[in-house]
Design a protein around this ligand. Sequence first.
Ligand SMILES: Nc1ncnc2c1ncn2[C@@H]1O[C@H](COP(=O)(O)OP(=O)(O)OP(=O)(O)O)[C@@H](O)[C@H]1O
Length: 157
Amino acid sequence: MLQIQNISKKFDGALAVDDVSLDIPKGEIFALLGASGSGKSTLLRMLAGFEKPSSGQIILAGQDITDLPPYERPINMMFQSYALFPHMTVEQNIAYGLKQDNLPKQEIKAKVHEMLNLVHMTQYARRKPHQLSGGQRQRVALARSLAKQPRLLLLDE
Ligand SMILES: Nc1ncnc2c1ncn2[C@@H]1O[C@H](COP(=O)(O)OP(=O)(O)OP(=O)(O)O)[C@@H](O)[C@H]1O
């Protein structure tokens, strides 16, 4: 499913990621562990397309995605802070990504309903992020990521 081939990243000459190769099968939950500053976030950011590798390739489901911009990758990344839109309700946050895809309204509504159910947040649909606990916000962010059915979900802590 995911092949990372000899990926390296240099920042101003300093190696943040040094020749990493990984082969991850479909359906696998893979955890990347390492000391603070060892390059975990940098590797994830390269997979998501936010950072350009200095060398190496990323192959997803047979396609070389190394040079694709983030929005063209079937990948979703969740950050350490949840990055919900503060002025939008829970359901608007979940619907946001789907609206970008120009799905029919009825389909968006059904998908939002399904995602709210999945993360047990149906009763909070009309609340804004600041009215939720930290864990509830993280569940909304997860619902928003999964709504788009990415082939690969990257979770940075
Ligand atoms: N934009 C940048 N410019 C220069 N150096 C950077 C940049 N981003 C990260 N680094 C450096 O690259 C190295 C790897 O950082 P990274 O954030 O990938 O580590 P991490 O393993 O995710 O750490 P943590 O567990 O502390 O979050 C660190 O030494 C960091 O200082």
